[in-house]
Design a binder for this molecule. Structure first.
Ligand SMILES: C[S@@+](CC[C@H](N)C(=O)[O-])C[C@H]1O[C@@H](n2cnc3c(N)ncnc32)[C@H](O)[C@@H]1O
Length: 336
């Protein structure tokens, strides 16, 4: 089965899916007092977090969604309320919609969990603990592969089409999930071999996708816990899709360094992610995806500057980014 580009891109599907987080971001911000706190003053993320008693990381991610919705803006590093939120979302604004927000918030999936995370009273509820422990049961691995494959297939075809993989003969796809990126890139580059580095149960799940795509022999799997075990050598480049967004800064730096250490001089690293804008105030759908990472992982959607920082701290140079599909970019860098 050849992975062919769809006739229409999936931007609208991303927008529809992520819209589930619009209202919970507003009701949670209302409940912890964000709009009231920004009534009089422009505040940095840290100052606002201290003012409302919120976790700064969680608040920064929520602010990205609020900015995408036009209820706050960030200028010169400080957040401020907009005329919209001053009028309708501030309890003292005169036209406060609190009555309706409070009427519906408890029926909203995610409202209570976002409030808990903002108040440091909750933990992510995804698979991150199993990933950290290096153990995911086989049925869970198959379920993760199914949902990841669904949202990654169009993006993988875009990354394979637009990415510069010239000279890459052997690619190591770290945390490659169902193998969708390895398959798409290897199909596009007939002289390339790709290996999916994954937890053992995910390697088993990926076999089905490799076989369905007719890519046995060109794409294989390497069972490896990326945190505990040595990574295989002999690859010209490493590839990470939707991996950095699962982890905090120090883990991202560790992953970049592990990739650097097994890469030969002149070899490359590719990071496929939805990038937040430089001011971390959108795009709205990417900000919502970041909020999903807050709910389910220890990471967030990073800016290009943040990814550049991780890569340069490992020793990479020539950091570049190109857009490859709706909301996604492929960031690449070279080992000097
Ligand atoms: C968000 S998914 C990304 C999958 C794929 N790259 C994509 O974009 O469709 C994260 C992947 O990281 C893998 N992963 C998490 N912890 C890992 C570990 N300790 N060692 C190896 N892989 C791990 C998971 O099994 C999962 O498939």
């Amino acid at each position: 089965m050849l992975y062919e580009a769809p006739s229409i891109d999936d931007r609208a599907v991303w927008d529809i899916l992520m819209s589930m987080l619009h209202l919970p971001a507003v009701t949670a911000a209302d409940e912890v007092g964000v709009f009231a706190a920004l009534r009089e003053e422009e505040l940095t993320r840290e100052a606002l977090a201290a003012r409302v008693g919120a976790d700064a990381r969680a608040l920064g991610i929520v602010l990205g969604v609020l900015a995408g919705l036009g209820t706050v803006v960030r200028r010169d590093g400080r957040w401020r309320a907009t005329p919209l939120s001053r009028a309708y979302l501030d309890p003292a604004g005169g036209y406060y919609w609190g009555g309706l927000l409070h009427r519906f918030k408890n029926d909203l999936p995610y409202h209570a969990r976002l409030v808990e995370l903002l108040k440091r009273a909750g933990a992510p509820s995804g698979h991150v603990e199993g990933w950290e422990a290096g153990q995911i049961p086989p049925d869970v691995a198959r379920a993760i592969a199914t949902f990841m494959h669904a949202h990654s297939l169009p993006a993988a075809i875009g990354a394979a089409r637009d990415g510069d993989f010239a000279g890459v003969k052997k690619l190591l796809d770290v945390g490659g999930g169902s193998g969708v990126f390895s398959i798409a890139i290897a199909q596009r580059h007939p002289d390339m071999q790709a290996s999916i580095l994954e937890l053992a149960t995910m390697c088993e799940a990926a076999q089905k996708y490799i076989a369905e795509a007719g890519m046995d022999g060109r794409v294989d799997t390497v069972a490896c816990d990326m945190f505990r075990q040595p990574w295989p050598k002999g690859y010209d480049a490493t590839f990470f899709s939707n991996i950095f967004h699962d982890w905090p800064d120090d883990t991202c730096r560790e992953l970049a360094k592990k990739a650097f250490d097994i890469t030969p001089q002149g070899g490359r690293i590719y990071i496929h992610e939805q990038l937040m804008g430089d001011a971390e105030d959108g795009p709205l759908t990417t900000a919502c995806f970041s909020l999903l990472m807050l709910l389910a992982t220890k990471g967030k959607q990073y800016t290009l500057a943040e990814l550049r920082g991780f890569l340069e701290s490992a020793g990479y140079v020539d950091v570049k980014a190109i857009p490859t599909s709706p909301y996604y970019s492929l960031v690449s860098a070279r080992k000097p």
